[in-house]
Design a protein around this ligand. Sequence first.
Ligand SMILES: [Zn+2]
Length: 112
Amino acid sequence: MGFVPIQLNEYVRKHLKANPGEKKGEFTRQLKDALARYQAGATCDCGEPIWVIGSSVLGDTCFTCATLEAEPSGDYEIAEACHKMARILPEPCSRKCEAPLDSDTDDRDVPF
Ligand SMILES: [Zn+2]
């Protein structure tokens, strides 16, 4: 199992349905803030990438530290933040299997 990717707007809708008292604008802003922090490379105290949905409420935290569960099982994560999670929860490779699991270098050109 792993995260279930969900569009931000879709998650807001679900959340508001379950929590009718919440303000849509406020909640959306919090999620977008957390997503922006995630995209800027924010990490949990333990060094893992943050869980955007949890971090929107709790401050920057990864899934494990927020829930004390080893890994997500059917928990939501904003779709834009899911691809990086493959680093923690490797999926079967669709390309070359000799590619290193650490896909960090894919989107960042680090000169060595
Ligand atoms: Zn953590």
